[in-house]
Design a protein around this ligand. Structure first.
Ligand SMILES: Nc1ncnc2c1ncn2[C@@H]1O[C@H](COP(=O)(O)OP(=O)(O)O)[C@@H](O)[C@H]1O
Ligand SMILES: [Mg+2]
Length: 143
């Protein structure tokens, strides 16, 4: 998928949000300035959040709770992550099933940390647009 502008990225996030439910984990990767936070802002907007969405600074997970969003959301950025101990301190995987988790720089956690529902990679193109690649994990579709 090619998204030409910030507004297209935000609109994609809004659209995606309609498919999300508690327990979903969205891993987002892409270089600095790729548009990871813009995508998260679109998702949050789609879930009803009307404020500004900033990139969480390291070691801080932004938590959004109803009624400002329809489903609770944890938004994290692992850019400065150094090791597994750091990850545990963040407590992201705890009670994951209660919320939607959005993780920028998810790759820094290493493969095997958790099974994301959806992995998204954003690649800036020479013309300023963004190529977006998605990989959906096989979940047990029992419901
Ligand atoms: N197609 C696009 N999608 C998303 N952002 C874009 C696009 N084109 C330009 N931009 C700009 O790129 C920047 C992305 O910033 P941000 O979302 O904070 O990146 P990241 O979180 O990946 O570091 C914003 O300034 C945004 O306006
Ligand atoms: Mg960011």
């Amino acid at each position: 998928m090619i998204l030409k502008t910030e507004e297209e990225m935000r609109a994609f996030g809004r659209k995606l949000s309609a498919q999300l439910r508690a327990g979903d984990w969205i891993s987002i990767d892409g270089s600095l300035g790729a548009g990871k936070t813009v995508l998260c802002a679109g998702i949050l907007q789609g879930l009803g959040f009307s404020g500004e969405v900033a990139s969480p600074s390291y070691a801080i997970v932004h938590q959004y709770e109803p009624p400002e969003v329809s489903i609770a959301v944890a938004h994290a950025d692992l850019y400065r992550l150094e090791g597994v101990a750091d990850l545990e301190e963040l407590g992201l995987a705890e009670e994951r099933s209660d919320r939607i988790t959005l993780v920028e720089w998810a790759g820094r956690a290493g493969a095997g940390y958790t099974v994301p529902t959806l992995s998204i990679e954003i690649q800036p193109q020479p013309d300023g647009s963004r190529a977006v690649y998605m990989k959906m994990e096989e979940n047990d579709a029992t419901d």
